[in-house]
Ligand binder design. Structure first.
Ligand SMILES: [Ca+2]
Length: 328
């Protein structure tokens, strides 16, 4: 069994990513920690609880993590995921997640108990990891792996400034820019660390009808939940990334990171890079990108994914959503 800790700012794509983990018979989710991002931290915790309950996974514990960035002012992606992270549907779990016990000490205890065995999946800003690193600076090396949704991607060409590359300019990366200090804390650590950011996730848009068809043909609760919470979300993606065929579309960002962990063969492009911070001259937002190592490089190298088998990821998602409950 693969032991996983999930760190999520539970919006629409997080919900789907959480389902991939909750449905996998090879995965034991030791804990889910919430973080601010797509919505407020407490709502993110309640949304994760709601997703797991919907999947019949009341056995998976959810804890509250960080509700605010280390230094910056709090920003949220509420315009995309709705104020509640669930497309303003107002869905709430039967039992809300209490403020205590907090998820950070729980994480530190889990790492003590399962040294070198935990695959950590960070689907939101990296504030929980950075906070835990203050107590345990070796944390990243004591995890088996860490997979993070973030970075603008790697610079693929030698002697090219990432910022001069068109791909970096057009991306937005809320998970990193909402707490750049936390991202930098993680970026400078050694460990088996993978970044899977907007440069790859934005290539994987899925027609909304994919989910509507599964929900209509199966009537299964997880697929129905995705269609319920994604109406506004799909509206945002359809306006921002119109398809030539005019179909409504939506991003599945966090599912790609989870798929890269569960099905490594679906990763078709990745490189080892040191990470560097860049600033958007227009907005002042700061981002991370993988850059070419310099001579005598001393920064740790992390894996940066830049391409995946998107059809394979969609197949995995379809298999999960068509699988009858219970998943455990
Ligand atoms: Ca997320």
């Amino acid at each position: 069994m693969r032991k996983v800790v999930v760190d999520t700012d539970t919006g629409v794509d997080d919900a789907l990513a959480l389902m991939l983990l909750a449905a996998d018979p090879e995965v034991e989710i030791l804990a889910v920690l919430s973080v601010f991002g797509n919505t407020y931290g407490d709502r993110a915790a309640d949304n994760a609880r709601y997703v797991l309950d919907t999947c019949g996974r009341e056995d998976v514990p959810v804890y509250r993590g960080c509700d605010a960035p280390l230094e910056q002012e709090l920003r949220l992606s509420a315009g995309i995921h709705g104020d509640d992270g669930f497309g303003n549907t107002g869905l709430r779990p039967r039992t809300p997640v209490p403020a205590e016990p907090n998820g950070i000490p729980i994480l530190l205890d889990l790492v003590d108990a399962h040294e070198g065995e935990i695959d950590y999946v960070a689907l939101g800003p990296q504030t929980n990891l950075a906070t835990a690193l203050r107590t345990d600076p070796a944390l990243m090396e004591r995890l088996r792996s860490t997979t993070i949704v973030g970075t603008l991607g790697p610079a693929l060409y030698q002697d090219t400034e990432p910022w001069a590359d068109r791909r970096f300019r057009v991306s937005r990366d809320p998970n990193v820019s909402f707490d750049i200090d936390a991202a930098q804390e993680v970026a400078k650590r050694k460990g088996d660390i993978t970044w899977c950011g907007p440069y790859v996730t934005r290539q994987a848009m899925v027609p909304e009808e994919f989910f509507l068809d599964i929900a209509a043909s199966t009537g299964f609760a997880p697929a129905e939940l995705i269609t319920k919470i994604s109406a506004d979300y799909a509206g945002f993606y359809t306006r921002s990334y119109p398809r030539p065929d005019g179909k409504r579309t939506m991003g599945i960002n966090d599912s790609l990171a989870v798929a890269s962990l569960l099905r490594p063969e679906l990763v078709t492009g990745s490189v080892q890079r040191p990470l560097q911070t860049f600033e958007d001259p227009q907005t002042g937002d700061r981002y991370l990108a993988g850059v070419h190592p310099v001579k005598g490089e001393t920064r740790p190298l992390h894996r940066v994914i830049f391409d995946m088998d998107f059809d394979g990821v969609l197949e995995l998602i379809g298999d999960v959503l068509r699988r009858p409950l219970p998943w455990r």
